[in-house]
Ligand binder design. Structure first.
Ligand code: FES
Ligand SMILES: [Fe+2]
Length: 326
């Protein structure tokens, strides 16, 4: 697993002035907002006896442990121990680990690592999202699989005719003719033209006659983001997904779907169902993959030209790999 990078971990609208537990990389963090709206993040197990701070409360921007009432301010320092006299010194060691946190594009990003960051890497830009005028919905999807298997599935074109036949995959055209890779800071993308399938449901309203191959671009940003851009004849569909590694064998994909067609609320349910259907089709396959953790040896699995983007991902993550010891 990669460390010392920004992970997109939660939707902004899920963090309030009540503490919330977040599990990532087998660690437990607690997140909350201070009165001015800033997000705070620290380890969840109280330094005193390990009680869950997420079960505590917030008082004047401090998090109050539910067990003995110790209070921690946003920088992690304990400022109150109710069992001792207010004039007694608070031990210097009474300090919680904090994590750098940012909020952007409707997600909360946490910098996960043991090293104190020298300089923080930048969070990726989503130019389309910044351009506005898009309708967006969001959701979560759980997998009993390692996040890198899930992430690589998001970069994989060649499975569409098999796993997604009946959705967007065309079983009569499994060949990936040309895959155009684009490298950028922190990731890479690939563009192909996939054979179209007959539109279904609501989308039938927007398509007339034969459909040309559909330009499709997918890519990633280390450590846990993928995106998919589908240039439909009637508009652009973009899905950004943060694959949150809860632990080695559990992942929750927190996705945001943006569309510039059917921008009314009335089409949200249809869009939601289409997105979930794709994940549901992927789930049994991804959960079946062995080994569950992708091999670090690049020669342990085979790569053909259609797998060029996953190969690039594996090489890049290899440069950023760290050990997770907690
Ligand atoms: S365990 Fe948190 S105050 Fe004692
Ligand atoms: Fe898929």
């Amino acid at each position: 697993m990669s460390e010392n990078l920004w992970y997109a971990v939660e939707f902004s609208d899920e963090i309030s002035t009540s503490p919330k537990l977040l599990k990532i990389l087998s660690r437990e963090l607690v997140l909350y907002r201070t009165a001015d709206g800033q997000i705070q993040s620290m380890s969840n197990a109280c330094i005193h006896r390990g009680a869950s701070l997420a079960k505590g409360s917030i008082s004047k921007d401090c998090i109050v442990c539910p067990y003995h009432g110790w209070e921690y301010q946003p920088d992690g320092n304990c400022v109150k121990i109710p069992s001792q006299s207010p004039t007694s010194a608070i031990p210097k060691a009474a300090k919680m680990n904090t994590y750098p946190v940012q909020e952007k594009y409707g997600w909360i990003w946490v910098y996960v690592g043991d090293k104190e960051p020298v300089s923080l890497p930048t969070i990726p830009n989503f130019p389309q999202v910044e351009s506005g005028g898009l309708r967006s919905i969001q959701g979560k999807f759980w997998w009993n699989a390692n996040y890198e298997r899930v992430l690589e599935n998001g970069l994989d074109f060649a499975h569409a005719p098999f796993v997604h036949a009946g959705a967007f995959g065309n079983p009569d055209a499994p060949e990936i003719a040309e895959l155009v890779i684009e490298n950028y800071d922190g990731g890479a993308s690939a563009t192909v033209h996939l054979a179209a399938t007959p539109p279904k449901g609501l989308w039938k309203l927007l398509v007339k006659g034969e459909r040309a191959p559909i330009r499709t671009r997918t890519g990633f940003f280390l450590p846990n983001l993928t995106f998919l851009e589908v240039y439909l004849p009637f508009g652009l569909l973009t899905i950004w997904t943060a694959h949150v590694p809860v632990d080695l064998n559990t992942t929750v994909s927190k996705w945001m779907n943006f569309r510039n067609f059917f921008t009314g609320k009335w089409a949200d349910r249809d869009t939601y169902n289409r997105t979930i259907k794709i994940f549901e089709q992927d789930k049994p396959i991804v959960e079946s993959q062995q080994p569950q953790i992708i091999p670090s040896d690049l020669s342990a699995e085979l790569f053909v030209p259609a797998d060029a983007l996953q190969l690039y991902y594996r090489k890049l993550r290899q440069l950023n790999i760290g050990s997770i010891d907690s």
